[in-house]
Design a protein around this ligand. Structure first.
Ligand SMILES: [Zn+2]
Length: 141
């Protein structure tokens, strides 16, 4: 299936030009990339783990917000070995829908901030234990 990059009309594969716009048709994938590049992305949140990043990405995407994950330095490498990254994963969303993304995040973020202040002392220990546990699990498998 081909698409007109100008009016987004769908054409059969045999067609090469859009009959309305007189422009060359493109395949679906190429148009998706062009649209993606056109969208201005803005930073919204830093996820602590891959699981969290995926959870928010899914949450945003189901609300029609285009989301992009950006691993911090060495994060991608670490996540392969430990299932999490200590560097965090920055989430970027469609600039125009950033306020909507924040509305979705707000109740969730407040909860985690409250929790952090209470368990601040033990959280670093828990993290260490969790990493050790992951390493043991990795070795057993
Ligand atoms: Zn057209």
């Amino acid at each position: 299936m081909s698409w007109c990059p100008n009016c987004y009309t769908e054409y059969m594969d045999s067609k090469k030009m859009c009959s309305d716009c007189k422009v060359e048709l493109q395949n679906e994938i190429e148009i998706e990339i062009e649209r993606y590049e056109f969208v201005e992305m803005d930073y919204v949140y830093t996820a602590a783990s891959d699981i969290e990043a995926n959870m928010f990405t899914e949450l945003f995407e189901t609300n029609g917000i285009q989301t992009m994950k950006k691993y911090r330095e060495a994060g991608g490498y670490l996540s392969v070995y430990m299932g999490e990254t200590s560097f965090g994963i920055d989430l970027f969303v469609d600039k125009e829908k950033r306020s909507l993304a924040i509305e979705i995040l707000k109740p969730l973020e407040l909860e985690s901030i409250e929790e952090d202040t209470k368990t601040e002392k033990s959280s670093s220990w828990l993290k260490k234990i969790f990493i050790i546990f992951c390493v043991i699990l990795f070795l057993l498998l």
